[in-house]
Ligand binder design. Structure first.
Ligand code: ATP
Length: 245
């Protein structure tokens, strides 16, 4: 079976349904990018995959024994809390020094083992989070806007690292990004989420959308054009799913 198979997934918080009848598969080794406006349910989808949010309808099926690495959107560590990278890496379980060093190497930050977490740059911090996610040799990496707060070269470098991880380990990647123009070339498939799956396809298909083309190459404009494309479609004839707009 696929690594991840999601069928008819809906998620509710109280009376608020934030995901409607989502269908999605992730195959071994592919890089899938989820885009969508704020509040469109992207994080909720990842949380359903790791079992942190229960489905209201439908199901999330994981290949038996699937190893998942999760890089959260942000993680705050108090600046006054002294913790080295090495200690941070073993917080969730015993990790040998060589595994720790290998994971940092794979994440592109081989020399940080003894550094204080509070002294890392934003980009280094995100790579340590990536290294922590790589420790158990995941078959699929889930990234929730892992480059938030990084400048564009920093983001681009981070995504190149993700491609290198995929190349070296063969793991699949399911990532949320607001920077479609940056992740486009690294993605095998793009899924637009807005409470439901609005559209999906190869980056080529998505890039050929007139709204995207009009602004292609103009920084975040390209991604914004795609969002507009999401919103423009006709919800009157949709399948009873009111989008999170
Ligand atoms: N634990 C929760 N309890 C209640 N409502 C929640 C909870 N988590 C998320 N929501 C709501 O569900 C909706 C979807 O949130 P979610 O974080 O999945 O969206 P997102 O697409 O990841 O947004 P962003 O791009 O802003 O990170 C939002 O309206 C949010 O306020």
């Amino acid at each position: 079976m696929s690594l991840i198979e999601i069928d008819n997934l809906s998620i509710r918080y109280g009376a608020n349904t934030v995901l409607h009848h989502v269908r999605l598969k992730v195959e071994p080794g592919e890089i899938v990018t989820i885009v969508g406006p704020n509040g469109s349910g992207k994080t909720s989808l990842l949380k359903a995959i790791i079992g942190a949010t229960a489905p209201a309808t439908g199901q999330v099926r994981l290949r038996p024994g699937l190893r998942i690495g999760y890089v959260p959107q942000r993680l705050h560590i108090d600046a006054t809390f002294p913790i080295t990278v090495e200690r941070f890496m073993s917080l969730t379980g015993r990790v040998s020094r060589s595994d720790c060093a290998a994971a940092l190497e794979a994440a592109g930050v081989p020399d940080l083992l003894k550094r204080q977490m509070s002294q890392l740059s934003g980009g280094q911090f995100q790579r340590v989070l990536l290294a922590r996610a790589l420790i158990n040799r995941p078959e699929v990496l889930l990234l929730d806007e892992a480059t938030q707060g990084l400048d564009q070269p920093g983001s681009a470098g981070f995504y190149r690292q993700i491609e290198a991880v995929r190349r070296d380990t063969g793991c699949a990647v399911l990532m949320i990004s607001h920077e479609l123009h940056v992740v486009m070339s690294a993605s095998d498939r793009v899924i637009c989420l807005n409470g439901h799956v609005c559209c999906e396809g190869t980056p080529d298909v998505v890039a050929s959308a007139p709204e995207y083309r009009a602004l292609f190459g103009t920084g975040t404009g390209g991604a914004l054009a795609l969002y507009r494309h999401d919103h423009d479609h006709d919800h009157d004839h949709s399948h009873g799913h009111e989008a999170a707009e």
